[in-house]
Each structure stands twice: as C-alpha cells, then as structure tokens.
Design a binder for this molecule. Structure first.
Ligand code: MCA
Ligand code: AMP
Length: 497
C-alpha cells in the first residue's frame, strides 16, 4: 500500500529545485529541501514514539517548521491536529483531553503551561532552544524515511469545529477527503508551478492549510509565506505574486488602502475569497479599483471546499458559484426532501470531500451525516436558473468574525455561569472590518447587578480573544416569541458596535 496524500503531494518533489516556501523575498526552502526536511522530521516523530493513527496536536506560531511537521506527520502515518494559537488554556485542555494525542507541539513560551494542561502527554516545542525541541538534532537525521502506508480512507487530520451545542467536535478528515479536494481546486482554478501564492492566512484552519498549501504542493507552486495579514507586507508582495487566498477582511482592508491600484496587481491572475460572506459591494469596489473579479467559494471544515465561482466565465457577486467537480449539492426542506428549483433550502453536500464523521461522537455524526452520504451543513441556500448557489442564511446560530467561526452558545454558557447573571444572548452585528462583531446581552439575576469588567475578565480567562464580545448590554428581559425562543433578530436590530 502507498501513502495516498504523501505520494501525491510531497514525494514527487524529491530533487525538485524550485522554491516552495519563500519568506522576506528569500528562497528559504526549495521543494527538494522540504522533502528531505520532512523525512528528517518523520524520523524525529517516530523517535518520539509516534505510532500509526496517533494524533499530533500543534499549537504554535505560523512557521516553515510547522509546515514540515504537517508533512512529516502524514509521512509517518500520524493524524495532524492544528489548534488556533488564540485558544486559551481551558480550550486547549478540552481538545487535548478529547483527542488524546501521542505528542503535543507548542512554542517555547507555552511549554510550561502545556505540560500542566497535558500531564499525561509528551510535549515538545517547535523553534525553541534547548532540550525538548523537535527541531533539535534534526540535521543529523537521515534524509530518507520509509513512508508509512496509509490508504484513501485513513485519517490524515482532525480539525476541531465548534457547534451549536457549544461543544467543539473533531472533524475526521481522510487522506482522500484532502487529496480529492486539492485535485478539484488546482484543476478548476488552473493553478500551476508558475504560480506564486501570497499566503497570509493562518495554517491551523482548512483555508490556509489545505486550500492554500495542498494546492501549491500538488503543482509545485511558490508560496510567499507571511506570518499573518500585515497590510504593508501584503502590498509589498502583490507585485510579485500571481494568486492570493483570503477572507473578506483581507479585501476590505486592501480596499481601505490607497496603495491598492490596478498597477500594483497587474501581475496577479486570481484573488480567492472564502470562509465568510463577501459583500457584493466589496466585490464591485475591488473590480472597480483593480479590474479583478474576486472569485468567491464556499467550504466547511467538515467538507473542505464545496462550490466555487467559475475561473473562466462570469463570477457572480453574492453567490458561491457551482458545485466542484465530483461534489453534489442539494437543497432540502425540514423533512429532508429536495425543494423545487429556486426555493430556499438546507444545503446538503455529498462527495469525496465529505469528512468521515466527528471524533468519538457517533450520535452527532448521525445527526449531521445522512445514511445516503449527504452532510447537512446548517447553511441555507438558493440556486438560480444558471446553477449559481447563494448562501441566504444559516439555520445554525453562528457568528463569523474576520473568517473565524464563533458559536454564541459557547459564550452564553460562559456568561450564564457567572454569579449574578440570570441569562444572556450573544449576537453578531455588521462590522466594516470583521464582517460581524460580537455583542453580548446580559440579564442580571433579580436584585443583582453585573459588572462589565468582571464579565470581561471571566470571558478572557476562558475563551480565545476573537470570541470576546466587543460590547456588553444589560437588559432586564430578553425579547422572546410565543414559543419562548429568544428573538435574536430583534437584538441585532437594537444594538450595533
Ligand atoms: C483578530 N482579532 C479578532 C480577529 N482577529 N477579533 C475578532 N475576529 C477576528 N477574526 C482580535 C485581535 O486579537 C486583536 O485583539 C484585535 O482583534 C484587533 O486585531 P487586528 O490586529 O486588527 O487583527 P489581525 O491580527 O490583523 O487579524 C485579523 C485577520 C485574522 C487578519 C482577519 O483574524 C485572520 O487572519 N483571519 C482569518 C481566519 C481564517 O483563516 N479563517 C478560515 C477558517 P487585541 O487588540 O486585544 O490584541 S477555515 C473556514 O472557515 C472554512 C473551511 C472555509 O470555508 O475556509
Ligand atoms: P467552518 O466551521 O470554519 O468550517 O466554517 C464553515 C462555515 O463558514 C460555513 O458553514 C458557512 O456558514 C461559512 N462560509 C464559508 N465560506 C463562505 C462563503 N463564501 N460565504 C458565506 N459563508 C461561508
């Protein structure tokens, strides 16, 4: 047996002198060096006791070493589990207990805390001096490694995604979930080894890790690898790039900078947007300023990418385009029956991209993944007479801020546990920079008063920074409908940031 993902994306680059990851304009890692470094890291992982199917948790700053660790985990037969660097101790603790990794990798500064969180697991650092560092002695490792066989259905990655119940679920992604999607995207978006991708996304989510890096790996493109989205660095890189993938905030920030001109992006051939809705007005303003039509696509952690606007032909603002080759999209009513063409329905997805289920949550998996293979996304859609899909709403109570998903229930659970708080409701309201901003409405217990600083401090302790409400409002009662359900639409109209 072969290693499905590794054999297609990484092994073919042995000896390839082309630049892969470029930082600060230097050719930092060629493809050939990347393959050798990956083999050395795979030895290191095996030496650390990594077995087939073992999880490798990584919470570390974006770096070339982290990309090498991803590839090495796949080569050594492990399962890659990256975590948002913003997650707090409480959040990390939940993921570690749930995923029971054989190895946890973090930044040097977080080592002591990580060892406390995961007393049972082996914790090593990436990029730190001293013992316990994964990269320590790496140069002395052999540059060949006997790749561990893994089939198309074996797990390659476990990515946590929050849910409406407030508990995060690990989406199990197989080698073929990732590879099939990569092949579909490189073909559709015509990505080639001539491409130079501007990479300013984080690499702990599907967008920056799989959509951006796997497609580049597949064709041998060059990746201008940036620590994050810094407007000056991106403006500097645009004249030397050919493609960029980003969340809508990237595009609104670029538009707010006068340095973005048609001349600056004359060498670019494709701008992709996803992870959150791109406003039609942003699309139009970008076209007017640069002549480029941003290509919007739609995906999920559980499914990778589902639909895309066309590469050739009209890209329709406000829509997410057509199903990718091999992916089926259907819209259903409350009984799971398909709705007539043009009607709004629940978006369901079937195809080789759809995940294997939630890690150790068979009931949750059964609720969202039908026996016939369709995954119920929680997004509401509508298809026009030319087959373009629009996301018109969500059945799930979800806020997307700067491309990060935040489930209100998770914040409400934290607020409701604070003494003096009777109940709370968390909503997203329009925000020019992040798309949506979070507002928390808190109802004090009878006779009690709530102190905003105290609320902020508890939330800061428990939840990642991007989940913190921008504003708190106190109300004596939440608006409810006749069924007793909180009317969040009324709160959204009442408050803004
Ligand atoms: C940073 N902050 C945020 C966010 N990001 N608050 C809310 N929402 C956010 N997204 C906090 C910072 O900690 C900081 O807090 C303050 O807001 C201002 O930070 P700023 O410097 O303006 O932010 P930034 O560091 O420039 O980051 C903004 C960003 C970043 C570039 C939009 O959030 C980002 O890279 N987002 C991409 C997310 C992504 O990759 N999503 C893909 C998920 P303080 O002032 O206290 O320090 S994959 C997915 O969704 C599916 C599969 C798909 O379809 O792709
Ligand atoms: P995640 O849980 O991070 O995988 O986020 C997936 C969710 O992001 C989807 O279910 C959608 O609600 C949303 N999403 C992703 N891409 C788009 C898009 N282009 N337009 C609107 N929503 C999107």
């Amino acid at each position: 047996m072969t290693n499905h993902l590794f054999d297609h994306l990484i092994a073919p680059h042995a000896g390839n002198p082309a630049p892969f990851l470029v930082q600060d304009g230097q050719s930092d890692v060629t493809y050939a060096a990347f393959v050798e470094r990956t083999a050395q890291m795979a030895h290191r992982l095996r030496q650390s006791g990594l077995g087939v199917g073992d999880r490798v948790v990584v919470q570390a700053a974006k770096s070339i070493e982290m990309v090498i660790l991803y590839a090495a985990t796949i080569q050594a037969g492990g399962v890659f589990l990256p975590l948002n660097t913003a997650y707090t101790r409480d959040e990390v603790s939940y993921f570690v207990n749930d995923a029971t990794p054989a190895l946890i990798v973090c930044d040097g500064a977080d080592l002591a805390q990580m060892r406390e969180i995961a007393a049972e697991a082996q914790v090593l650092t990436l990029n730190a001096d001293g013992s316990g560092t994964l990269t320590d002695g790496l140069d002395d490792m052999p540059v060949q490694f006997d790749t561990v066989p893994r089939g198309p259905d074996d797990l390659a990655a476990l990515l946590y995604t929050s849910g409406t119940t407030g508990r995060s679920k690990g989406a199990m992604l197989s080698h073929d979930n990732l590879l099939s999607n990569t092949l579909a995207l490189t073909d559709l978006w015509q990505i080639t080894k001539q491409d130079r991708l501007i990479h300013a996304l984080p690499i702990f989510h599907t967008h920056g890790l799989f959509v951006a890096l796997n497609t580049s790996l597949q064709v041998g493109a060059t990746v201008h690898f940036m620590p994050g989205f810094n407007i000056d660095a991106v403006i500097d890189a645009l004249p030397i790039g050919t493609m960029m993938m980003g969340v809508p905030t990237f595009y609104t920030r670029l538009l707010s900078d006068d340095r973005l001109t048609a001349d600056l992006v004359a060498g670019m051939r494709l701008f992709v947007s996803g992870s959150a809705p791109l406003l039609a007005e942003t699309h139009a303003a970008f076209t007017e300023r640069t002549g480029h039509h941003i290509l919007e696509r739609y995906g999920m952690t559980e499914t990778n990418m589902n639909t895309s606007n066309p590469y050739e032909g009209a890209r329709l603002p406000g829509t997410v385009g057509h199903p990718l080759p091999g992916v089926e999209v259907r819209l259903t009513d409350a009984n799971g029956a398909e709705v007539p063409q043009g009607d709004v329905g629940m978006i369901e997805i079937r195809g080789p991209n759809v995940f294997q289920g939630y890690w150790q949550m068979p009931e949750k998996t059964a609720e969202e993944l039908r026996d016939n293979g369709f995954f119920i996304t929680g997004d509401l859609g509508q298809v026009d007479d030319q087959g373009f899909l629009s996301i018109v709403g969500r059945q799930k109570d979800l806020i997307i801020t700067g491309g990060y998903n935040v489930y209100p229930k998770e914040i409400e659970d934290v607020l409701n546990d604070i003494p003096g708080v009777d109940e709370s409701a968390v909503v997203g309201v329009p925000d020019a920079d992040f798309g949506e901003a979070i507002i928390a409405v808190v109802v004090p217990e009878m006779g009690a008063s709530v102190d905003e600083d105290a609320l902020r401090s508890v939330v800061a302790d428990k939840l990642a920074r991007f989940k913190h409400p921008r504003r708190y409002e106190v109300m004596q009662d939440l608006p409810r409908n006749t069924m007793g359900k909180v009317q969040k639409n009324i709160l959204r109209q009442q408050f803004d940031v």
